[in-house]
Design a protein around this ligand. Structure first.
Ligand code: IFM
Length: 487
């Protein structure tokens, strides 16, 4: 990834609105470790990661960032960073080791301590109820293909609402249902690792039902002023030629609207192919009303767009990959396209378009960017610093695009950088580093990267400095003097 400007105006600083929420985030399995501590039960990720061939190099989350045992260190880096909010998720199997029934108090206490201490440090806790680590005991009964799992998640939400409701005023019901359904049940590249379209279609409906039931449970157990919404990852699908427009539209329906439409329109999209939709028989009376009950905000995770064009599958060109199910069409990335080490194209302008689209689609509902970030080949320099200038450039470009969206009139209320620290990047294991803090996995030491100093400054001041000021032609590189201390 090269360090180039995305800003339309190199000299322009951008001021964000008063009250704009600046945050960062993580998820339980990606950082906590301590997988057998204090009565935690097994999750599908424990099992999946320990199955040979599923995760790069056989990495797993057994230790991860050891956040369960390093709570004080993490509170310290969050505080030093200067953000106003921290988004974390609950490991269901810490709270209910088998996914239902009795509460494991020690597990629940961990999240209570975390929420309380964040607040004591002036940081707003934002809780994601479900970020992919389903208790294995529930998977053994069919996981998300089983309707009952949605009811079980509502029970979890009742527990969390009652226990944490006085500390937490912003809740995310589910994170990226697309990935649970598509990678978990269709392609098998995430836990539970199944490849079955029928199970995926059922999981699609049940995880959305889970969202609706969690919303209901949190409304019952939390007080006025609490805001609740789901987080989706609606990657834009962009057609590069006229013939590809219909394909891009179908992909948008099958990857995005199939989650958004039920929540915001109480229906599944007609433009998706029938085999990609939950069968009618699974949709019971009242389901769509539950799923589509009013939400307070929409969380948006944005990393990349997809470009679609015509392409010959028997003679693929550089940058082309077949679009599964659509012979003659390819995903395309121009060779000169700037990409992250995930091979994801860096296109901040697409974030502006997406936010504009969602603003219109949701009729002006508050939007939060609940994730945005990049993996990079970070390393500790001989001087002990992590000079991740490409991450600073990435943040700059995307915040500039977010500021453009606000100027367009989009009701964007906050931005959470992914992630607080390097962590277990699912099937990529530890080789993909997304953090503002470098984690030395051998020792657990957290070292702020240059980007932590840069982003913290933006969060504290509510102002994105101009590109010129961020990367001056002469003078020190960014944040050289503001990077916080390691723990
Ligand atoms: O690390 C993940 C996160 O858990 C969900 N959204 C995408 C991130 C980067 O792949």
């Amino acid at each position: 990834m090269s360090v180039i400007s995305h800003s339309s105006d190199l000299m322009r600083a951008r001021r964000f609105p008063e009250g704009f929420l600046w945050g960062t985030g993580t998820s339980s399995y990606q950082i906590e470790g301590a997988v057998t501590a204090d009565g935690r039960g097994r999750s599908i990720w424990d099992v999946y990661a320990h199955t040979r061939g599923n995760v790069f190099r056989g990495d797993n989350g057994d230790i991860a960032c050891d956040s369960y045992n390093r709570l004080q260190d993490d509170l310290r880096i969050i505080k030093d960073l200067g953000v106003g909010a921290y988004r974390f998720s609950v490991a269901w199997s810490r709270v209910q080791p088998t996914g239902s029934g009795a509460v494991n108090q020690a597990g629940l206490d961990y999240y209570r301590r975390l929420a309380e201490q964040l607040r004591e440090n002036g940081v707003q806790p934002v809780v994601t109820v479900y970020h992919w680590d389903l208790p294995q005991a529930l998977e053994d009964q069919g996981g998300w293909a089983n309707r009952d799992t949605a009811q079980r998640m509502a029970e979890l939400a009742l527990i969390l609402g009652a226990e944490l409701g006085d500390q937490v005023s912003m809740w995310i019901t589910i994170n990226e249902p697309l990935q649970t359904v598509h990678q978990g049940y269709r392609t098998g590249t995430h836990a539970p690792g199944l490849c079955d379209d029928a199970l995926a279609a059922a999981a699609n409906h049940h995880i959305l039902l889970g969202h609706g039931l969690v919303l209901q449970a949190l409304r019952q157990t939390t007080g006025a002023g609490t805001v609740i919404g789901p987080t989706m990852d609606p990657d834009p699908y962009v057609a590069l030629d006229a013939e590809s427009e219909a394909v891009a539209e179908t992909l948008d329906a099958e990857f995005n609207l199939v989650y958004l439409d039920p929540v915001l329109r109480q229906r599944y999209p007609e433009s998706a192919r029938p085999e990609m939709l939950p069968p009618e028989a699974l949709i019971r009376d009242g389901d769509m009303e539950l799923i589509g009950a009013p939400i307070d905000f929409l969380g948006v995770n944005y990393y990349r767009p997809h470009h679609i064009r015509r392409g010959d599958w028997s003679d693929l060109r550089i940058g082309e990959e077949p679009v599964p199910g659509f012979p003659g069409f390819v995903h395309y990335q121009a060779p000169e396209q700037e990409r992250t080490v995930m091979d994801w194209p860096v296109v901040p302008a697409s974030l502006r378009d997406l936010l504009g689209r969602l603003h219109a689609y949701t009729d002006g509902l508050p939007l939060y960017i609940t994730e945005n970030g990049c993996a990079a080949d970070d390393y500790v320099s001989p001087g002990g610093t992590i000079d991740d200038y490409e991450r600073i450039a990435y943040i700059h470009g995307h915040l500039d695009a977010a500021a453009d969206a606000i100027a367009d009139g989009v009701n964007l209320a906050g931005y959470f950088h992914w992630s607080l620290m390097d962590n277990f990047e699912w099937s990529h294991g530890y080789r993909r580093r997304f953090g503002l803090h470098y984690v030395e996995f051998e020792t657990g030491r957290r070292v702020p990267k240059r980007s932590a100093g840069f982003y913290g400054n933006v969060a504290r001041t509510g102002t994105l400095p101009s590109w010129e000021e961020t990367f001056p032609l002469d003078g020190p590189m960014p944040s050289a003097s503001t990077t916080p201390a390691a723990v």
